[in-house]
Design a binder for this molecule. Sequence first.
Ligand SMILES: Nc1ncnc2c1ncn2[C@@H]1O[C@H](COP(=O)(O)OP(=O)(O)OP(=O)(O)O)[C@@H](O)[C@H]1O
Length: 605
Amino acid sequence: MANTFQVDLRGLVDLLSHHLYSSPKVYLRELLQNGVDAVTARRAVEPDAPASVRLVPEGGTLRVEDSGIGLTEAEVHSLLATIGRSSKRDGLEAARAEFLGQFGIGLLACFVVAEEIRVVSRSARDAEAPPVEWRARDDGSYTVRTLPEDARPEPGTTVHLTARPGAAEWLATDRVTELARHYGSLLPYDVRVGDTPVSERPAVWERHHPGPAARRAALARHCRETFGFTPLDAIELDVPLAGLRGVAYVLPSAVSPAQRGAHRVHLKGMLLTERADDLLPEWAFFVRCVLDTDSLRPTASRENLYADDTLAAVRDVLGTRIRDWLSELAAGDQERLAHFLSVHHLGVKSLARHDPEMFAVMLPWLPFETTEGHLSLDEYARRHPVIHYTRTTEEFRQVAAIAAAQGVGVVNGGYTYDTELVELLPRARPGTAVAELDTDTVTAHLDPVDAEEELALTAFLAVARATLEPLGCDVVLRAFQPLTVPALHLDDRQARHERARAEEAEAADGLWAGILGSLRDSRPRARLVLNHRSPLVHRMARAESEELLAAAVEALYGQALLMSQRPLRPADSALLNRAFLALLDWAVRPQAPSDPTERPAGEPH
Ligand SMILES: Nc1ncnc2c1ncn2[C@@H]1O[C@H](COP(=O)(O)OP(=O)(O)OP(=O)(O)O)[C@@H](O)[C@H]1O
C-alpha cells in the first residue's frame, strides 16, 4: 500500500524560514519580490495598470502595499496556504521568465522576523471578488475570511507583518529603507519606503553621459560606492542574448588568484547576491562585476546562481569580453596595459596558459625575471638563440649570476605559471628554442682549464676530492667569471631527488642495500666547481698544511652551498661549523716561536 509523507508544519516552517537563508534581512527581498511579480502579472493583462510597491514601517509593524494582480479567496487557499505552490511556475516557460519567484516558499521567510503574517488582497482579474484576508501564524495555522468592499477598494495586495519579540529592529524605518535600497535600487517599478523613492534607475551603465571621460568618472564613482575601491579601469558588459548588462571593475591592487571574486548580480533589477563567485572564469580574479540579467536562475535561497548551462554560457561570454578588452589595450593603449600588468600579470599569465591566442597577444608585454632583468620573452628570444630556464627560483639564484657572466641567458621559471609559459613559447613563436638549464649545461659553458695548469694543482685537487667525497660531491676545475666567486656548487633537482631516493632505499634493508650498492657509483652527484681564475683558489693551492687545506676546502664548499640558498642537510651544517672553527683556530693559533726562550703570554715562568 502506498502511503504519503506526514509533514510537521511547525518544523517545515522553521526550516524554510530560519535555515534556508543566511540572514533575516532576506525577508524584505521576498516581500519586494512578491510585490514586483504581482505588478508584472497585472501589467501582462492590463498594460497601463499602476506599478507601485510601497513599504510603510510603523512602530514594530511593516505594511507592504502593491498595485499588483491580487488574489481571490480560492487563490489564497491554493497559493498562499500551500507550501511549495507558486502561481509563477504554472504558465509557459516564457511567462515564467518574467517573474522573480518560482519556488512557492518566499513568503515563509517573513516568519524569521514576524510571528504573524496578514495578507489583505483583492483580485484585479475578477472585479466581483471581494477583498480577502489571510492570517497565518508560525505554527502553520491560518484563517481566511472575506472583507467588506471598502476594506480594500482597489485591486492589489497588502502584507502586514508584526515583529516577533526581539526582531523589531528588522521592521524599523531605517533598516527597512537600507534594505529596500540594497535589494531594490534597480527595480523597474515605483518602489518607495513611505514617500521616499528607492529606485535609482536607470542603472549607471544605462545612463547617458556627455562624453567618454564623464562616463568613466561616473563608473569610477559607482564602483567606489558599490565596492569601496577606485578601479583601474571599467569594462562594460553587454550580452543581449543573456539579457545581461553591467560593468566589470578592474581591481587597483593585486589579489591572490585563489581568492574568487565576489560579484553583485541583479535579477531583473532585484539584487540576488553580492557574493556570486561562479560568474567569471577562474582567471578573471582581477575584476569585480556588477550586473543585471534576466536569464540566470537563482538557487532556492536566492543567494547564489544556479549552476546550469546558461550560467556556463554566460561565464564564457563574459570571459571573452574581458579577454577582448585586454587585446584592445595591447593594440591601442599600451601605457594602460603596462599599468594593468604591473598589478595583475599573474592573472594574465594564468589565462595565457590555456589560451594560445591570448598568450601570443600578451607575449611582448608579460614580464619574466631573467638574468638581464625583467623582460618579455619576446625581447629575450631576440637576444638569445636558446632560452634557458630554471624550474625553481632557488636554482635560478644559484646559477644566474655565473651563467650570465658566461653569456648564457637564463629565465627564472620558479614563479607561478612561468615554467609552463616558457615551455609553451615555441608553439606561440615557432623557431624559438627553449631548454631547461641543468648542471651539465652550466658546466659546459665554463671554460675548461688547460691540462698542464690542472696538473700543477693535482695535489690540491686530490685533497679537495678526498675531503668532499664523504658528502657525495665531486670536484672539478673550470675557469669562469666573476673572479670573486671562488667556487660554485651545482646540484640538479633531479640529481638531488635520485640521491634522496637511493639513500632512503639504502637505509631500508639488507636486500635493497645489496642491490643499490651495485648502483652506488651511478648515483648522480653534486659538483663543486672551483674557479681557476680566482686568486683565493690559487692561494689555497699553495697552502703547505694539509689540515689547513682540508678546512679551507670545507669552508669553500659550505660557502658555495650557502650561496645556492638551498636548505642545508645536517651533515652540511656540521661541516660548516667544523670548517669555521678550524679556520678560526688556525687564524688565532700562536705561530711557532722563533726564539725557543720566548714563551706564549700568560704561561707561568
Ligand atoms: N503580493 C502578492 N500579490 C499577489 N500574489 C502573491 C503575492 N505574494 C504572494 N503571492 C502568491 O503566492 C504565491 C506564493 O508566494 P511565495 O512568495 O511563497 O512564492 P513565490 O514567489 O511563488 O516563489 P519563491 O519561493 O521563489 O519566492 C505566489 O506564487 C503568488 O501567486
